[in-house]
Design a protein. Structure first.
Length: 419
């Protein structure tokens, strides 16, 4: 008998990270991991489909061997670079005269109307999130079911991806031999994993500093408020070192990871040097010059984050700010971001109870290793909590597609209207 499982794949410019979790009684029974540097993708754009398919297929093949699970369907992320967010409003009449009780079919109907009005032939809707409903008597109603009204209006927040981006990712996954079970924006997928129940308390901000872009996702009282993108990331710090020191990118990345220190550098002696190997000889470079360059570029990145966040919410109104990405591990980075924003900044950690229990004992998650799998684990927890999976494939249980359930719901609606 095949296992029930959920498999999440994070495809980014720097890496391909994948994890698969067999499920037992609706809970995670185990987690298996695999990771490799990405090929064929730069700045979030596929530049060589053959390389990407080969690397993706290799990662998933190793994951299948580790887990002994016949993976057929995967959940994949899509970058905010390819997303366009917009509000779409729609209104439907409920009764010609007087009022009627609002039923599930009414809610689904107005949501679908808003989807249609806000959609485009060149885009695919990845997320459709109701911001609130308006009925005759009041606005900002989160759950209108069972209330009486003459009409029903919805404010639907649509996150739409360019159709070409969706098709390119889907094609790469398909050519690697797998089906796309679902596609999600990484920030939304990861939020529940990181904040847990705390997501429902005030304004929570998740700042994911990637290799080439930084994604900022803002939630208020558990609801998505907005998303912003800063087109700067960890690679920009490396490029700054590359240009300042006149060394190859790969060597600059190694220097950044091994000797980076962001912040006050006046205490570093002018004589303190780092020996780096360039070609066949060793060359000394000033450690103070390294710290100066990184501190300046980090300041620019932090200022960009502050500016983007202020467009969404006042900084003093933020209750919980979490940062993730490999760059946040650089010495002094979080302190620099905290100083720029003027609010507490914490390293993103796994708060989801099921996954947290694995974090303390799995070698792939101990220390700060889990940061490489934040998006992957977020896709997994989001999927098995919100969808029904049978033998690894997502099943739809919409009342509009299930004849028996449709009949039951119709009877309930009739009962609600007249009794």
């Amino acid at each position: 008998m095949l296992n029930r499982y959920v498999c999440g794949v994070d495809i980014s410019s720097s890496k391909i990270a994948a994890a698969v979790a067999p499920l037992k009684n609706g809970r995670i029974a185990d987690i298996f991991f695999e990771e490799a540097p990405s090929k064929g993708i730069k700045k979030g754009v596929i530049v060589d489909a053959i390389d990407l398919v080969g690397e993706l297929g290799g990662v998933l093949k190793k994951l299948k061997e580790k887990s002994q699970i016949r993976i057929k369907s995967v959940q994949v992320n899509i970058s905010a670079r390819d997303l366009v967010a917009r509000h779409s409003r729609a209104v439907i009449p409920l009764a010609e005269k007087g009022n009627k009780v609002i039923t599930l079919s009414d809610v689904l109907k107005v949501n679908e109307q808003a989807r249609i009005l806000g959609s485009s032939l060149e885009e695919e809707i990845v997320h459709a999130i109701p911001f609130g409903y308006t009925i005759d008597s009041r606005e900002s109603v989160m759950n209108p079911l069972g209330l009486y009204s003459h009409r029903l209006e919805v404010d639907l927040y649509l996150m739409c991806a360019r159709l070409s981006a969706v098709q390119n990712i889907s094609r790469a996954v398909n050519q690697a031999g797998y089906a796309v079970g679902d596609m999600a924006f990484s920030g939304i997928a990861s939020a529940g994993l990181i904040f847990g129940e705390g997501l429902k308390e005030g304004v929570c901000v998740l700042c994911d500093i990637g290799s080439d872009i930084t994604e900022i996702v803002v939630f208020q009282d558990g609801m998505l408020k907005d998303v912003a993108v800063v087109y700067t990331g960890g690679d920009d710090l490396t490029l700054e070192l590359q240009e300042t020191l006149g060394i190859p990118f790969e060597l600059a990345e190694e220097v950044k990871r091994s000797y980076a220190s962001i912040g006050a550098f006046d205490h570093i002696s002018e004589d303190k040097e780092i020996l780096i190997k360039k070609e066949s000889a060793y060359r000394p470079i000033k450690q103070k010059a390294v710290c100066q360059a990184l501190t300046q570029k980090t300041g620019e990145l932090c200022a960009g984050i502050k500016e983007a966040l202020q467009r969404i919410v006042p900084l003093e109104g933020v209750n919980n700010f979490r940062a993730c990405g490999r760059s946040v591990l650089l010495e002094g980075f979080l302190e620099s971001l905290e100083s720029t924003l003027g609010i507490p900044v914490k390293l993103a950690k796994i708060s989801h109870p099921q996954v947290a229990s694995f974090a303390n004992k799995d070698a792939n998650l101990t220390g700060q290793k889990y940061l490489s799998f934040i998006t992957t684990l977020g896709l997994i927890t989001r999927s098995f909590e919100t969808e029904a999976f049978v033998l690894g494939a997502r099943t739809q249980s919409s009342p509009l597609r299930n004849p028996f359930q449709k009949t039951v719901n119709k009877l309930k609606e009739i009962y609600q209207e007249y009794f």
